[in-house]
Design a protein. Structure first.
Length: 686
């Protein structure tokens, strides 16, 4: 194994030395001054000509724009002076005449004389006027009157309300007129607007001689070129001296670099061997050509055989995952620019079989050219896939804890809180700063006995877990019910290290369960036990009386005259009356073991357990009879009702629930038949 590594390292070093010798030799033979002189002179000429061209172009554009502005002003002056009194009548008079007849209009002499007078003292040497059909109705060159220029681009633009101008050099063809001109001219087409309608009423064509101006522009252009060439020549001389000195310095550096590279090649054999022994794969890359040599361990990491990838040429980003490319390129550019002392990054790379591995890539430039550009770079690849998988698992677990709705606390073996999640703060009101380092008992509500917590710790010690309902207290002092699960965490040797508690606030759920239970067993209107709960309590009371051989009384109470109240005053008053009746019944029955229940619309029952004498039950019944006979004030309504009460006794009138209920019910009906508002005790014996 050592021999293979040593051979690989020596091969890398040998090839690196050969590459370094070639680079030094090439740079030593490079004639920098010769190339610099040729390139500089060519660049000077090109720059000078380019500046001259730019100067001329900008000057001509400025000239055309300035002349166009002046032409607009001239056209406006001529229009103000002549359009309404001369050109408009002329256009109207020749509107129906053929083109050939336009030049014989009697109005032309006067117009021509007036135009020449207005042009006197200006540099405009010709002016033409077009009607809306594109015909020349007037021209200072009278022979052009009557020409049809409707296809002229300038006339078309003018009729559309657009100004347009063109510089036509001497002996060139005008793109507007389509004719060759014998001088340098700027011709402009200016629309004239009817002040009343705002519509175009005609077009002016104005010619101005620019021959002398263009000659001056050309003269200045060549003066600029000459000045630039002179300045660049001075600059060239200064730079030439600098480059000459730099070339001499580079030759000395190349000679010193050649010696250093030989020493580097020897040292590389040692550290590459050390890297191979540590399990890292080594790569040696020619930055300019892409040629790269890989070590045996590098090939193993990426799934290649020892005889593959020999003297391989591969792009920098080959086999790098597309999602990592931008980051990798940025890291490399930053390192090459000198902003980082070492090149290092993590990326996913594809192996020979198509699978992906996380790789830590590190490297360093070991050779640069005379301009400081990297020539050769050596580095390593380390397989960190397993580490990444562990980190990803930890990151996922942390994300789950931070985003879960259940509160989580982690304590050490001293029962000191070392970590809580955001849900903990949301449920308890305590921030991490409030609880870190403290005992979880600060959450205790004080409602659980000491043996509750002792049982919890015993179960944790024996099974490493505990779960159940617990009442805790928020930071605000409010108590809440929680479902708590505690797990003991152990290390790889099985020794306990931490406790993890997860709990959720179940206060609303508990309240909902209690409310549902209440609705299932209690009357919604009066709050008294309903028929279901009454039956259960009666069964329990009979069982207790049978076991203790004690007495039991059951009263069946039916309200008299309740239906008329409900019909005449409405159900709302009827409901309020039933609630008042329930309260008076409760006031008459004081023992905690007694039960008052509503089992129908206006039917109530009372269970009196542990009755020693029949007379005791009758005294309670008489008390109820009197209480219900008193007036009820329901809002603004005084209400008078009464009740009929039937009493049955265990075991005389019934030995079970059904018999006792039938006896009490029969006694109540007997009270109704006897005239109501009275108590009747059952007489039947079962």
């Amino acid at each position: 194994m050592k021999d293979q590594n040593s051979t690989s390292a020596t091969s890398l070093a040998t090839q690196a030395s050969a590459d370094g010798d070639t680079d030094v030799s090439e740079h030593a033979d490079f004639r920098l001054l010769r190339y610099f002189a040729t390139a500089s002179l060519t660049a000077f000429v090109v720059v000078a000509l380019l500046l001259g061209y730019v100067f001329r172009t900008l000057s001509v554009d400025t000239l055309v724009n300035g002349y166009q502005t002046e032409h607009v002003n001239h056209a406006r002056i001529i229009a103000n002076e002549m359009w309404a009194g001369h050109f408009a009548p002329l256009i109207q008079s020749v509107a129906d005449q053929p083109d050939a007849q336009l030049s014989v209009s009697p109005l032309l002499p006067t117009i021509h004389q007036k135009v020449l007078m207005l042009l006197a003292g200006t540099q405009i040497y010709k002016i033409k006027v077009y009607d809306l059909r594109g015909r020349t109705i007037y021209s200072t060159e009278l022979a052009q009157i009557g020409e049809d220029n409707s296809q002229n681009a300038g006339v078309i633009n003018g009729l559309r309300g657009l100004n347009s101008s063109e510089l036509v050099h001497q002996n060139q063809i005008s793109s507007f007129e389509g004719k060759q001109l014998d001088r340098a001219v700027i011709e402009s087409y200016i629309p004239n607007y009817n002040p009343a309608t705002g519509q175009v009423s005609g077009v002016f064509e104005i010619y101005r001689d620019a021959t002398s101006v263009l000659a001056e522009v050309g003269r200045r252009q060549w003066l600029l070129v000459a000045a630039v060439v002179a300045l660049l020549a001075l600059l060239y001389l200064a730079v030439f001296l600098i480059v000459k000195n730099a070339q001499d310095h580079i030759i000395v550096q190349n000679q010193a670099r050649q010696k250093a590279q030989w020493a580097l090649a020897l040292s590389e054999e040692r550290w590459k061997f050390a890297l191979e022994g540590a399990g890292d794969g080594v790569w040696d890359r020619n930055v300019q050509t892409g040629a790269v040599v890989y070590s045996r361990r590098y090939k193993e990491i990426h799934g290649f055989a020892a005889d593959e990838l020999e003297n391989h040429t591969e792009a920098w980003n080959a086999r790098v995952h597309c999602d990592d490319l931008a980051r990798i390129e940025a890291d490399r550019a930053t390192y090459f620019a000198g902003d980082k002392p070492i090149y290092a990054n993590e990326r996913r790379m594809q192996c020979k079989d198509g699978s992906w591995k996380w790789i830590l890539s590190r490297g360093m430039v070991v050779a640069r050219d005379a301009q400081g550009q990297p020539l050769r770079m050596i580095g390593t690849h380390t397989d960190i896939t397993e580490r990444h998988q562990r980190e990803e698992a930890l990151r996922l677990a942390s994300t789950v804890i931070l985003t879960m709705d259940e509160a989580t606390t982690v304590t050490n073996l001293h029962n000191e809180i070392i970590s809580v999640n955001p849900a903990f703060t949301l449920i308890t009101g305590y921030t991490p700063e409030d609880v870190i380092g403290k005992d979880p008992k600060l959450l205790s509500s004080g409602t659980h006995p000491v043996d509750f917590y002792q049982t919890m710790w015993r179960q944790l010690a024996s099974t490493d877990s505990w779960h159940g309902e617990i009442c805790n207290r928020r930071k605000s002092g409010q108590c809440y019910m929680a479902w708590l699960s505690i797990k003991q965490v152990r290390d790889v040797q099985g020794r306990p290290t931490h406790y993890v508690a997860v709990f959720s606030d179940i206060s609303e759920r508990k309240a909902s369960e209690e409310h549902i239970l209440h609705l299932a067993h209690f009357d919604m209107l009066t709050g008294l036990p309903n028929r279901t709960l009454f039956s259960d309590r009666l069964r329990q009371a009979i069982a207790k009386a049978r076991r203790d051989k004690s007495g039991l009384a059951l009263m069946f109470i039916d309200l008299d005259k309740f239906k008329p109240v409900n019909d005449e005053l409405g159900h709302q008053v009827g409901d309020l009356l039933l609630k008042a009746v329930a309260q008076r019944l409760l006031d008459c029955v004081r023992r905690e073991t007694d039960t008052v229940a509503r089992i129908g619309g206006d039917e109530f029952v009372v269970i009196l357990p542990d009755i020693e004498a029949v007379q005791t039950a009758k005294l309670v019944a008489d008390k109820i009879l009197a209480a219900l006979a008193r007036r009820f004030d329901i809002g603004a309504h005084p209400v008078h009702i009464s009740s009929s009460i039937g009493i049955a006794f265990f075991p005389e009138q019934g030995s079970n629930e059904n018999q006792l209920m039938k006896s009490a019910d029969a006694a109540m009906y007997q009270a109704k038949q006897n005239g109501r508002n009275q108590v009747v005790a059952a007489l039947l014996s079962h």
